[in-house]
Design a protein around this ligand. Structure first.
Ligand code: FAD
Length: 320
């Protein structure tokens, strides 16, 4: 039900940030439209392994707080299989003392006793986290919005201005698109390649960020996502055969049964990175408000709900 005191809002972007923000705004009574250049299935968000794990996003203190809010929310969603979110143990390994900058009383990583630390590492933690089957979760969010009468409108913008022609509040969830939409030259892409593999049995997800490239596997319903890469200054959207081989080699000691014959597809996405997440409101002349929610780096699914709550607070905050 639309609240007559709530502003009309256009959300630009239908990746995890835009869809989550739009749904939160609907829940708070706003009348929402979502404009997106791409179908949600063809966004960076659709490529993600989408495990709850803070990675390549700053500033850390804020990411931890936003991640805690999202963790609680995703854990609740995991009770409904239709969401595509499920809970899974994950083991992260370290060389030297564990760097747990992201840990909190909500995520509660458990340090493994020395005898349980995998061979070749100095330390390891285990925790239970939500894993989102990204395409399923994005489709579920689209369905939830449709149930509230909100369709994804396919529109490519050259600037934010056309959105202000239909609403006096605009939420900018355009990811890397913000480079052009608001001239943000501090945004940069970090290339990620993942392999969608056949479903090999594993007893936990795995994260090893101790080497030159991040190495991980994430079980999803009926498939295993294996990664990865984090390549700066690399704009290639095509999967690379050398990366595929390196990704398989990176997990071979942990998953010796996995080979090229198990790879169903290789996918590439560009993480929207920024020295600092942009989550703030700009009040513009004529009573217009522009709320920015982008620069989520490698943590879009990990912080989206926390960001959406802040977006809704900023949209609804009184204006001068
Ligand atoms: C390989 C890989 C693995 C990852 N794994 C994880 C993980 O395990 N956990 C995690 O939390 N995160 C992970 N991430 C990061 C996560 O995918 C991103 O942080 C997240 O997708 C960013 O979401 P977004 O909605 O901001 O951007 P996007 O998904 O890029 O969406 C941007 C939206 O803006 C629209 N748009 C852009 N420009 C315009 C324009 N001019 N006009 C109209 N619309 C426009 C696009 O069409 C799109 O709808 C991973 C990323 C990659 C690449």
């Amino acid at each position: 039900m639309k609240d007559p005191l709530c502003p009309d809002v256009v959300v630009v972007g239908a990746g995890i940030a835009g869809l989550t923000a739009a749904l939160e705004l609907c829940a708070r009574g706003a009348s929402v439209r979502v404009w997106s250049r791409d179908d949600p299935k063809h966004t960076t968000s659709a490529v993600a392994g989408a495990i709850w794990y803070p990675f390549l996003a700053e500033p850390r203190e804020r990411i931890v707080a936003l991640g805690e809010a999202s963790l609680r929310h995703l854990k609740a969603l995991a009770a409904d299989p239709a969401t595509g979110v499920h809970l899974e143990p994950v083991v992260e390994v370290f060389r030297g003392p564990p760097d747990l900058w992201w840990s909190s009383s909500v995520s509660r990583p458990q340090l493994l006793p020395p005898d349980d630390v995998p061979l070749g590492y100095d330390a390891a933690v285990r925790l239970e986290v939500p894993i989102c089957d990204a395409p399923v979760f994005l489709a579920w969010l689209v369905d939830r919005l449709a149930a509230r009468g909100v369709q994804i409108e396919r529109r490519e913008l050259a600037s934010i201005e056309p959105a202000f022609a239909v609403a006096d509040t605009v939420v900018n969830c355009s990811g890397l698109g913000a480079r052009e939409l608001c001239g943000d030259s501090s945004l940069f892409a970090v290339r990620g390649q993942v392999l969608v593999c056949e479903d090999l049995p594993v007893d936990a997800a795995w994260i090893d960020d101790t080497g030159a490239r991040p190495s991980y596997f994430i079980p999803r319903r009926g498939e295993l996502i294996v990664g990865g890469t984090a390549q700066h200054d690399d704009a290639r959207l095509e999967p690379d055969g050398f990366d595929t081989a390196a990704i398989l080699a990176g997990v071979a000691h942990r998953l010796p049964a996995l080979g090229p014959q198990h790879v169903r597809a290789a996918r590439v996405g560009m993480r929207p990175c920024r020295p600092s997440l942009r989550l703030e409101a700009e009040d513009l002349p004529g009573g217009r408000r522009l709320v920015h929610d982008y620069g989520h780096g490698g943590s879009g699914f990990t912080i989206a709900h926390g960001c959406a709550e802040v977006v809704a607070d900023l949209v609804l905050a009184p204006r001068e």
